[in-house]
Design a protein around this ligand. Structure first.
Ligand code: A2P
Length: 317
């Protein structure tokens, strides 16, 4: 297992367990199994609606002495409806309570999008705040305060592009330590990777396998399946591993952490083993050539009639 290192000496294992789409009834066992298998990094979020069950899995693992709290990295994320300064800490505390923890390793702003309190999903423009009403800097300042108080050891963002990261770097008290984004060979994000490396921001790749278990409402017709891509399949055959493992090893080779979701014990183990698969320059060149800027999670679900947020703004402005 490799690690991403932080200025204060902390280190985040580069392969973690994703919990988006893991259902209550499945996720407690998945978290427990993952820890038993050797995972030391669990990625969570309030909006996944399963943090209480994740907390049960963590509790069981701690009680059985599988791992000490200080030896596992736990990330969670602030939902869009708690971006106002006074709502950040209460939302954070709810997550801590659900996870049955007394601190987080990393807390992220989930999206650069502000919804009104109480609105979980968005039905109309009235569910949003504009960024003039609740600026990203206001939310970022409250995140920094959580870190200053020692409630979370590190803070960062998710789904931020370069201009939005630069805005926080220029105007905030500190730079985000991590940016979690969709990333895989079809969305290699070379510019963002280069920018983050230059600015000392770690990247975490979500949807590394294409998140094929999203609800139909979140899917487009005829989405490509990366695990069936001939280049990926060929590299896997050559290495004696699975296509999924190739897709995960891609990030490890690039110094990016990656959080595949699984609730299946064999796939949980298979995914962790991918962290030790070495891809050579030829493999990486071939995989990098697959880039086509394709987003599975394209953010179009934030676009509503008369609303302040568009996909163009999200990814390009
Ligand atoms: P399952 O939970 O039944 O294992 P992503 O991490 O991109 O969101 O993808 C998650 C999806 O990929 C889930 O449907 C998950 O199913 C599946 N998955 C996870 N690991 C593997 C693997 N090693 N091989 C094939 N499918 C996998």
């Amino acid at each position: 297992m490799q690690y991403l290192h932080f200025a204060n000496g902390d280190r985040m294992p580069d392969l973690g367990l994703g919990t988006w789409k893991s259902k209550p009834g499945e996720v407690e066992e998945a978290v427990y199994t993952a820890i038993k298998t050797g995972y030391r990094h669990i990625d969570c979020a309030a909006i996944y609606g399963n943090e209480a069950e994740v907390g049960q899995g963590l509790k069981k693992a701690f009680e059985e002495g599988l791992v000490l709290r200080e030896n596992i990295w736990i990330t969670s994320k602030l939902w869009n409806n708690a971006h106002q300064r006074e709502h950040v800490q209460p939302a954070f505390r709810k997550t801590l309570q659900d996870l049955q923890l007394d601190y987080l390793d990393l807390y992220l702003i989930h999206w650069p999008i502000a919804q009104r309190p109480g609105s979980r999903s968005v039905r109309s423009a009235a569910d949003y705040f504009t960024l003039q009403e609740v600026p990203l800097l206001e939310t970022w300042g409250a995140m920094e305060a959580l870190r200053d108080e020692g409630l979370t050891l590190h803070v960062g963002v998710s789904n931020f592009n370069i201009p939005k990261l630069q805005h926080l770097i220029d105007e905030g008290n500190s730079s985000p330590e991590v940016n979690q984004v969709e990333m895989h060979p079809y969305l290699a994000q070379d510019d963002l990777l280069g920018y983050c490396k230059t600015n000392g921001i770690h990247l975490t790749a979500y949807s590394p396998l294409g998140s094929r278990d999203r609800t139909e409402a979140m899917k487009k017709a005829n989405e490509p399946n990366m695990m069936e891509n001939p280049v990926v399949v060929d590299i896997a055959k050559g290495k004696g591993c699975t296509p999924a493992q190739v897709l995960l090893a891609f990030h490890v080779s690039r110094g990016v952490s990656v959080i595949p979701k699984s609730v299946n014990p064999e796939r949980i183990a298979q995914n962790l083993a991918a962290a030790d698969i070495q891809l050579d320059d030829t493999d990486m060149n071939q995989l990098t050539k697959l880039n086509k800027g394709y987003r599975y999670v394209d953010g179009s679900f934030w676009e509503v009639e008369g609303g302040p947020y568009t996909t163009d703004w999200l990814w390009n402005q």
